[in-house]
Design a protein around this ligand. Structure first.
Ligand code: SAH
Length: 238
């Protein structure tokens, strides 16, 4: 069976609901995916699970769906955040996509002392939506506004930080000390963390510095590796 098209909509989902389709989505459904009136697809909205819906009206300018029946529960990720510094666009997109697939609750792009690249929150959020549609997820992590790492740390609460510190390369990963609870994985930019940032993080009681093995990883690899390690140790993969 060909798997159904999955579409994220920012709209309540329940039996009999009608959901309008905007122009961009209509182009995708009708022109790209070649769907037509009567076809059934899967809708998610990040909170109500997965639903079958039938296309009841459609043109390249818009359309309407009718929600039929719930086909899957809402599945929330563990309470894990990813804080990362933007790198080149394609690699930044990769980090967001993989974070959604691997399962995070929230994504925080931060500007660090050695960050040279910019990122746009709206573009990254759109990537997170696409990744959720694609990986069969029912949850879309919120992408926070881009902020300075120092400002994010100023307002930091009790959540623990898995500080991936490249200066520990080659030492033991030290994952045995991870205890359950809310966590954030922190990955630096290609230029790594500045001495001031490293000092500040090492002084924070919430932060636990870890090594990701005997080699320096690129930031995108490091994000995937650290999220995987956390998921295997404390997350919903166990
Ligand atoms: N330019 C830096 C490397 C930065 S790698 C240098 O040569 O030292 C980008 C980010 O990936 C780092 O800031 C860190 O968060 C993470 N990272 C990469 N390899 C790592 C390792 N072996 N241990 C811990 N963190 C690592």
């Amino acid at each position: 069976m060909v798997s159904k098209v999955r579409l994220f909509v920012d709209h309540p989902l329940g039996e009999g609901q009608t959901v309008p389709i905007d122009r961009d989505r209509a182009l995708y459904l009708f022109a790209v995916m070649r769907l037509g009136v009567g076809d059934v697809l899967t809708l998610i909205n990040g909170r109500d699970g997965a639903w079958d819906a039938t296309l009841i009206e459609g043109s390249k300018r818009g359309g309407l769906l009718r929600v039929n029946v719930r086909t899957g529960p809402q599945i929330m990720p563990p309470d894990l955040w990813l804080i990362f510094a933007p790198i080149k666009k394609a690699r930044t997109d990769f980090i967001v996509e993989k974070a959604v697939e691997l399962g995070v609750a929230r994504i925080l792009p931060v500007i660090t002392d050695h960050t040279n690249e910019k990122a746009r929150q709206d573009k990254l959020q759109a990537h997170a939506v696409e990744a959720a549609e694609q990986c069969g997820g029912t949850y879309v992590p919120q992408v926070a506004e881009v902020a300075r790492l120092s400002a994010v740390l100023d307002g930091w609460g009790d959540r623990r930080i898995l500080f991936c510190d490249e200066s520990l390369v080659g030492t033991a990963a030290n994952l045995a000390a991870l205890t359950p609870g809310p966590w954030a994985v922190l990955i630096g930019p290609e230029g790594g963390f500045s001495p001031a940032e490293r000092d500040r993080l090492h002084a924070m009681a919430q932060a636990q510095a870890v090594s990701l093995g005997p080699r320096i990883l690129r930031a995108d690899t490091a994000a995937v590796a650290a999220l995987t390690l956390w998921q295997v140790t404390l997350g919903d993969w166990v």
